[in-house]
Ligand binder design. Structure first.
Ligand SMILES: [Zn+2]
Length: 564
């Protein structure tokens, strides 16, 4: 009987513990966040200002400066404190105020093109013949000496447009979400770039060829170069040449629709000698070689000054308004802190928002922030390697040296996979955070699938944190038509944004931030990253110890059998 009672009491207390653990999230606050975020939302208004009023926000362009200033002011007006711009060295600013490209012979057709970022303008309309220029190595350039003056060069081989075979617009079904949930942890134990030696060598060759190409085209007085868009269906998907001082591409360059490009190719095939007129107005802005991240915070109440962070990149490409890449992420991050500020939360940890610049050129802003405040890594010692872009370095730099902010940061949360609602979160192989995230999704499970995936995802600013062993996470978002049509194309405008998705994401982002700021402990971290070579060395040491023991055992046995 007594035994039974003890058992009952134990069961009850275990149950109570389970319930209290399941309800660790602040449910009343969750209701307030939901109410403010769903019924008094300002997220679309924020995005409208960024896209329709300011427009494209190419890193270090005048419009990006305007966006930095506006976000700073807006965050202050919502009551955020310590708002400031964090500078980092970037290079040249660039903008284009107008451009046109037209076929003038064998017939007159207006073409659709957008200049390549960080390339010069034309100084008025320029006319010339079109010719094919399919060259990939420095050695091949010589054969064109003296043949290119005043010509427009088509950059790239033959093109065949395949029938589209992908779904244009997608929401994640349970099959895909389950796959994400059940997949193996995609941790990179060494945290070294997955690039192989061969791939790095070929990328380095391409980088160096691009420099030689620019010098050659200038010397040969080429009129301009024509690239084809990497998307079909009339979408012009843009990119940029080097933004570094002293590395500017020398001749005007424009990206045109695949279908226009195909037309020019067929005319060349038929020997109809197409002629073009190109007019690009482009400006470089060299008054400031820095770019800036916008930073602001809701100060925490605890004395030990721990921090939770939310972020998204404020810069965009220049083809359109950067609505889903990544105005959406910025609007959601801003809305999340607006909601919390409006609710007058008193977080234990400081809640800090960071709106990055230079993401599109290689995570410059978030890397600079991590390097300045959280953890630094040594630069390459070889001056030739140091002069190369970071992605071509043979090592990310070891060891990692933590700075004052390193131990204070609990978590960094990022949104940059388009404007789709949150369906879950990637844990970057940090499997121990799963129960925590599952708990934080709890009050919002009617709005989301709350999938917690062990997998890693790449390509955006949470990587700058993860790379130095800090917990940085990107949400799993509905893909919508982000990568099929909008990513870096001329139709990345607010027309393609769904307000309810942004509201949902804002509510969950605010909920996560609040819980992260209030929880008893900081989030668990993965072990400090070590170089792959160290991991391999450890394995080799173990292997040789094993061999050693085996040899000793063999020797002993031989000895024993000899004695017998
Ligand atoms: Zn982006």
């Amino acid at each position: 009987m007594i035994m039974k009672r003890i058992l009952a009491a134990t069961t009850a207390s275990v149950l109570a513990l389970a319930v209290s653990q399941a309800l660790a999230a602040d449910l009343e606050m969750a209701n307030k966040i939901r109410h403010e975020g769903l019924y008094q939302s300002e997220v679309l208004h924020t995005l409208e200002y960024l896209t329709d009023e300011i427009g494209p926000r190419l890193t270090a362009s005048p419009q990006m400066t305007a966006a930095n200033q506006w976000t700073l002011k807006q965050l202050q007006s919502w009551g955020l404190k310590n708002a400031e711009l964090h500078p980092f060295e970037f290079g040249r600013g660039w903008s284009s105020s107008a451009s046109s490209i037209a076929l003038t012979a064998p017939r007159a057709v207006s073409l659709h093109g957008i200049p390549v970022a960080w390339t010069p303008g034309t100084n008025g309309p320029v006319a010339g013949d079109v010719m094919m220029f399919d060259v990939n190595t420095e050695a091949e350039l010589a054969q064109y000496a003296g043949k290119l003056r005043g010509k427009f060069l088509m950059m790239g081989e033959d093109l065949k447009i395949e029938p589209p075979n992908t779904i244009i617009f997608e929401r994640l079904g349970s099959d895909k979400l389950n796959k994400l949930k059940d997949s193996e942890a995609g941790a990179r134990p060494s945290y070294e770039s997955a690039m192989t030696k061969a791939l790095r060598a070929s990328r380095k060759q391409a980088y160096q060829f691009n420099k030689a190409l620019s010098a050659f085209l200038v010397k040969e007085q080429v009129a301009g170069v024509i690239y084809r868009s990497s998307r079909q269906g009339g979408l012009v998907r843009v990119f940029g040449k080097s933004h570094k001082i002293g590395e500017t591409f020398g001749v005007p360059a424009i990206i045109i629709e695949q279908e226009d490009y195909g037309q020019l190719l067929r005319m060349l095939d038929r020997k109809e000698q197409p002629q073009l007129t190109l007019d690009i107005k482009a400006q470089f802005h060299d008054d400031d070689k820095n770019a800036y991240n916008t930073i602001a915070e809701i100060p925490g109440t605890d004395k030990n000054a721990e921090v939770v962070m939310v972020g998204a990149h404020l810069d965009s490409w220049h083809a359109s308004d950067g609505a889903v890449d990544n105005g959406a992420g910025v609007a959601v991050a801003m809305e999340a802190v607006r909601i919390l500020s409006k609710l007058k939360v008193k977080p234990k940890r400081t809640i800090r928002i960071a709106l990055w610049s230079g993401e599109e050129q290689g995570l410059y802003g978030s890397r600079a922030y991590v390097n300045d405040f959280l953890a630094s890594r040594p630069m390459p010692t070889d001056p030739a390697e140091k002069a190369l872009p970071r992605y071509l370095w043979s090592s990310p730099g070891w060891p990692i040296s933590p700075k004052a902010g390193y131990d204070k940061l609990s978590v960094y949360l990022n949104m940059d996979n388009g404007s789709g609602q949150f369906r879950g979160i990637y844990t970057e192989g940090n499997v121990a955070v799963k129960p925590v995230f599952t708990d934080w999704f709890g009050p919002y499970m009617d709005l989301t699938s709350g999938t917690v995936s062990p997998r890693s995802t790449g390509g955006t600013d949470h990587e700058s944190f993860d790379d130095v062993g800090l917990p940085g996470f990107q949400f799993i978002q509905d893909p919508l038509d982000y990568s099929t049509r909008l990513h870096h194309t001329h139709i990345d405008s607010i027309d393609h944004v769904i307000e309810d998705d942004l509201k949902q994401a804002s509510v969950i982002m605010a909920g996560f931030l609040y819980e992260a700021a209030m929880s008893d402990k900081k989030l668990p971290r993965k072990p400090m990253p070590t170089p792959a070579s160290a991991v391999q060395q450890q394995q080799q040491d173990l292997d040789s110890q094993k061999e050693q023991r085996k040899a000793e055992l063999e020797a002993k046995r031989t000895l024993e059998s000899g004695q017998l």
